[in-house]
Structures are given as C-alpha cells and as structure tokens.
Design a protein around this ligand. Structure first.
Ligand code: IPE
Ligand code: IPE
Ligand code: MG
Length: 251
C-alpha cells in the first residue's frame, strides 16, 4: 500500500514566529468607532476621527514592536450599506490620512500597500493611493497594508476567475489549481502568512476579512473600542500570541 504523500503546501510549524515570538504579520479589524462616539454623545464621525489617531499610534507601535506587516481593515465591501453621509465622512478621513501621512511613511521607511477594490473609490482617491504606493515602493522597512473596499469572498472569487482565465487561454492545466495556486492569485500573495488577527470592540466575527488567510492565524478578540486601542493593547495581544501553541494540525 502506498503511503499518503505529505502535501507540500502544509504550513510549516513555527512559521511567522521569529526567535522572539513576535508575529510577522498582524491584521486588525478596527471596530467600535461608532460606539466610542455614542458613549460620549458625539456624532459617529468623531469616533472615526479618533480611529484615525489610533491608526497612526498603532502603526508606529507595530513598527517599534518589530511586526513586519500590519494589515488594517479600513472599509469593507459591505460598508457601502451605511448612510451616504457616513461613507462620505469615511472617504474624507481617508483623503486626509493620505495627505498627511505619506511623507511620514516615507521618512519611516514604510511600504504602503492596499488590498481590496480601491479602484471603485473616487478618482482623486485612486490617484492619491496610487501615488502613495509608488512613493513608498522603494522603502525597505515594514509594510502597512490598508484594506479598502475589501471583501474576502470577492478576493477569492477574483482569484478563481484569474485561474479560470489561465486555463481558458491554455497557459494552465486545471489539475494544477491547488492551495498554492489560489494563494498565488490572492491580493496578499506577496505577504507573509497571517499570524495574528485581532478584532476590537468585543464583536466575535470576521466580517468577510482575510477568510482564506485566517485558516491558521491565531485569533484575538479584545473588548477595547478601536479609538482607545494603543501600544499597550497591541503589546498585550502580541504577548498573548507568544504564549499560544500553534500546531497546524500536527502535535
Ligand atoms: C469601525 O467602526 C470603522 C468602520 C467599519 C469603517 P464602526 O463604524 O463599525 O463602529 P461601530 O461598530 O458602529 O461601533
Ligand atoms: C468590519 O466592521 C469592517 C471594518 C472594520 C472596516 P463592521 O462594523 O462593518 O462589521 P459588522 O457590520 O459589525 O460585521
Ligand atoms: Mg462596527
């Protein structure tokens, strides 16, 4: 009887863990801006403004901690369902962020990336994003990945379309579509595997974020509302991650 071959795509235990136990790739579902504002009898936009401050703070903290890739869920493909005024406010804050932060990112040697269908945003935002990506492309330091108009199911569907097209054109055999091929067609293809996925505000769902990539990520649900999230909260989640035993199906 032939033994079952070990699949080559099985994750290597210990991947992502440097000697220090620091996760290489951390993603955050930044949730709770509205509730933060509501608790202060402020309009929701006030929570989103404080949320941008948290982005600034946490991106810096991640670099200080030694996290190589920080992926932030800023706007989901489902967030268009919000009232037009709130969507407009969020886009306005994104515009401000890009205007104010890119010089700092360059100075700090950060590479900016965007995942999600950001080309559906308004033309000026698309231009600003493209410029920011180009201006930080030669940096060699940590990466900041912003998920904009991102939905994991749409990402996986796009990967399937891409591979199907290759088959259709004759450059790929259908049999070669395995986990690695799909991974290679995702928006995150050139990023290290996701080690730690944090969601703030006490909600315990993924809301269509990095569904494929989260297969073996460690999950952390913290009660802190995103505008209150700071370096200490991040360090706490990273320390907790360092105490976990990742098994990847093995022993
Ligand atoms: C997260 O905060 C920000 C975005 C989804 C853009 P929310 O706006 O979802 O805040 P809550 O969940 O209503 O408190
Ligand atoms: C997820 O938060 C999206 C972002 C953080 C950008 P939501 O607040 O939109 O998620 P749901 O609607 O509570 O699942
Ligand atoms: Mg929310």
């Amino acid at each position: 009887m032939t033994a079952l071959a070990a699949p080559t795509s099985a994750p290597d235990p210990g991947q992502g863990l440097g000697k220090t136990g620091i996760p290489r790739h951390v993603a955050i579902i930044m949730d709770g801006n509205g509730r933060w504002a509501h608790a202060r009898a402020l309009p929701r936009i006030a929570g989103h403004k404080q949320g941008v401050e948290a982005v600034r703070r946490v991106a810096r903290a991640a670099r200080d901690i030694g996290i190589d890739v920080l992926t932030l869920y800023a706007f989901s493909s489902e967030n268009w369902r919000r009232p037009a005024e709130e969507v407009g406010d969020l886009m306005g804050l994104l515009r401000l962020f890009l205007k104010n932060e890119v010089d700092d990112l360059i100075r700090e040697n950060v590479r900016l990336r965007v995942i999600g269908d950001y080309r559906a945003l308004s033309d000026d935002l698309v231009r600003m994003i493209d410029t920011a990506i180009v201006r930080t492309a030669d940096n060699s330091g940590p990466r900041l990945v912003i998920a904009l108009n991102y939905g994991a199911q749409a990402e996986i569907a796009a990967a399937a379309r891409h591979l199907a097209r290759e088959v259709e054109q004759g450059s790929r055999a259908a049999d070669t579509i395995d986990e690695a091929a799909i991974e290679g067609a995702l928006a995150t293809r050139d990023l290290p595997p996701l080690d730690l996925l944090i969601r703030t505000s006490g909600e315990q769902r993924l809301s269509n974020f990095l569904l494929w990539q989260a297969a073996y990520a460690e999950l952390a649900f913290v009660d802190t509302l995103w505008p209150d999230f700071d370096e200490a909260t991040l360090r706490g989640a990273v320390a907790d991650f360092g105490r976990r035993q990742r098994r990847f199906g093995g022993l």
